[in-house]
Unconditional design. Sequence first.
Length: 270
Amino acid sequence: MTAPDWRRTLVRLRRRPLGSAAFMVLVFVFLFAPLVVMVAFSFNSSPRLSFPFAGISIRWYQEIFTDTLVLRAFRRSVQAAVVTAGITGVLGLLAALGILKVAARWRTVFLTTALGPLAIPGLLYAIGLAVFYRQIGVGRSIWSANLGHALIALPFVFLIIGASLERFRFGLLEAAQDLGATRWYAFRTVTLPLILPAVIGAMLLAAAISVDDFVIAFFTAGQDKTLPLVMYGRVLKGIDPTLNAIGTVMLILTTSLAFMAASRTTIGER
C-alpha cells in the first residue's frame, strides 16, 4: 500500500469513529492475546495446552516454586537486575551531568555516540562481548552478563536522566552557592533530590531490561542460567506447562518494574 493509500485510509477512519474503535480493538487483541493465553493456561490443571480447561489449579506454580533450578535462575535474574540498575544509574547520572558541560556544537556529536547502541542489534553486542571476554581471559558467568546488560540498558538510563536535567532550574544551584554552599553540598541537597525520581525510574527500567534479556545472557552467562535461559532450555525439550507459570511470573516482574519506572519518571517531571 502506497503512502497516499495509507493517508486515505486514516482519513476514512477519522470520519468513522466506530471503524476507528474497531481497528484499535484489533490492535490491542493482536498485542495482548498471546499474553492472556499464557496467563490463562498457567492455571490449567491439565498438562494439555488446549481448550477446554480440565480445571483451575495452581499446580504449575507450586512446581516452579519448589524447583531448585528455577529458584536458582530467579535469584540470578534478580541479582543481575540489581547490579545492572546500580551500574547504569551511576554511569548514566555522571554522563548526563557531564554532557551539560560540553559546548552546544559538540553536544549533538556526543549524544549521537552515546545513543548509538540503541541502533545496533543486541545479537551483535552479545557476539562481540563473547569474543572480547575470550580474548582478555574472562570466563562466562553471570557477572559477565551483568556488564552486557549494563551496556544495552545504559543509553535508556542516560536518555531519561538527561531529559530530567534539561528541565532542571540551575538557578537554584546558583542561589545555593550564593548562600555559601559548596558545589558538592549544593548537588547533594538541591540537584539530586529533585532529579532522584527520574534516576530511580531509569534504574528500574534498566532492571526490567536485564530481567527480560536472553541474547546477552545466552552468549556470556555460561552455566549461570537466568530465567529466560531456563525457559529456552525447557522449550528445546518440548512445550512444558511450567513455561506458562514462569512466563507469568516474569510478566508480573517486568511489567511491575516498567510501571514503577514510568511512575517515578512522571513524578520527576512534575
